[in-house]
Design a protein around this ligand. Structure first.
Ligand code: GDP
Length: 365
């Protein structure tokens, strides 16, 4: 499964946020599997379209799609030099597909800040620097090897050396690897480096309760926004402490609590959706009487592979898919009406599935 790793300096609210995530996940009725790893939290991806489909097909159950967050605690200044358990944490970051960087935007004299004051721009730079230094080390090691291998005359090593030199120059000047435009071939060759600064980043500005409803009145949030804008990254303002309280509530209590705070939805829901988008994920649906269900695929996935998410037999024996967009189905009001109106299409193995497609697969067993 695709995962987003939660990183940040100590005492910024990562554990608080992660606990809210796991509690929300544990309470989800359709929780499909149990995680043994305490550092992985499974969350349901909120999607109003599930209710829209349920109103049409009246299923026995509704199953949202899920998504995973990994708690990567312990990143500190000096991590790239192997201080403390630093290197181990950097290794965990290598394995995730996207990074959620929690930044402290709340003031509280009782909670020590590792650098003595709340300063989001500086905090972001501290973490970025560790990631950049770790990548620089990987790049330099690989560059030495590629240069030695270049003597063999094999073309791939010349491509690697070129690309690695560009990466080295960028990292040395404090820019992330994602800022370097590499030719496709070079990117493929260097994929196994798992550079940390190529991963997409989302900033979670952790504010106190008072700022949750009026984030722009908080100057620390403005600082995070400015920094993120410079990198073309997204910001989600969230109050980890508040989310922990919200995660305890359910149904009407939850709605009422949010309403009292002047919020339309929980910050966690916004965070989940942003992270989902950041990973380039989209949702398609299956809708029948037993269940209405959301499934996750990467953008650009073709019909047989999309079917494979449900079951490998569906992919192997794929014949065709009946497809209708969510909007068309809702507009028609029923499958029968949609079919009559010619809105249900038959698509083959080259069809690229779109977000919101309602799919019915035909396959050989
Ligand atoms: P971590 O080291 O980044 O995992 O940080 P924790 O989640 O353990 O939080 C550190 C301390 O800050 C804990 O005592 C939290 O209760 C507290 N904390 C987290 N978020 C907030 C907040 O929004 N406001 C205040 N006042 N305290 C918070």
């Amino acid at each position: 499964p695709l995962q987003a790793g939660i990183v940040g300096l100590p005492n910024v609210g990562k554990s608080t946020l992660f606990n809210a995530i796991t509690r929300a996940g544990a309470e989800a009725a359709n929780y499909p599997f149990c995680t043994i790893d305490p550092n992985v939290g499974v969350v349901e991806v909120p999607d109003e379209r599930l209710q829209g489909l349920a109103a049409i097909v009246h299923p026995r159950r509704i199953v949202p799609t899920t998504f995973e967050f990994v708690d990567i605690a312990g990143l500190v200044a000096g991590a790239s030099k192997g201080e403390g358990l630093g290197n181990q944490f950097l290794g965990h970051i290598r394995e995730v597909d996207a990074i959620v960087h929690v930044v402290r935007c709340f003031e509280d004299d009782d909670i020590t800040h590792v650098s003595g004051s709340v300063d989001p721009a500086r905090d972001i730079e501290v973490i970025d620097l560790e990631l950049i230094l770790a990548d620089l080390e990987s790049v330099q090691r690989r560059l030495e090897k590629a240069r030695r291998n270049m003597k063999s005359g094999e073309k791939r090593f010349a491509i690697e050396v070129d690309a690695l030199e560009s990466l080295q120059a960028a990292l040395e000047s404090g820019r992330p690897a994602r800022s370097v435009a590499l030719p496709e071939e070079a990117r493929e060759l260097l994929r196994d480096l798992h550079l940390l600064t190529t991963k997409p980043v989302l900033y979670a500005a952790n504010v106190d309760e008072a700022s949750a409803a009026d984030p722009d009145g908080n100057p620390h949030v403005q600082a995070v926004r400015a920094k993120a804008a410079a990198e073309g990254a997204e910001v989600v303002v969230i109050s980890a402490q508040l989310e922990a309280e919200i995660a305890e509530l359910e149904g009407e209590d939850r709605e009422a609590f949010l309403r009292d705070l002047g919020l339309h939805e929980s910050g966690l829901d916004r965070l989940i959706r942003s992270a989902y988008r950041l990973l380039g994920l989209i949702t398609y649906f299956t809708a029948g009487e037993p269940e209405v269900r959301a499934w996750t695929i990467r953008q650009g996935t073709k019909a047989p592979q999309a079917a494979g998410v449900i079951h490998s037999d569906f992919e192997r024996g794929f014949i065709r898919a009946e497809v209708i967009s969510y909007e068309d189905l809702v507009a028609a009001g029923s499958y029968a009406a949609a079919r009559e109106a010619g809105k249900v299409r038959l698509e083959g193995k080259d069809y690229v599935v779109r977000d919101g497609d309602v799919m019915h697969f035909r396959f050989n067993v």
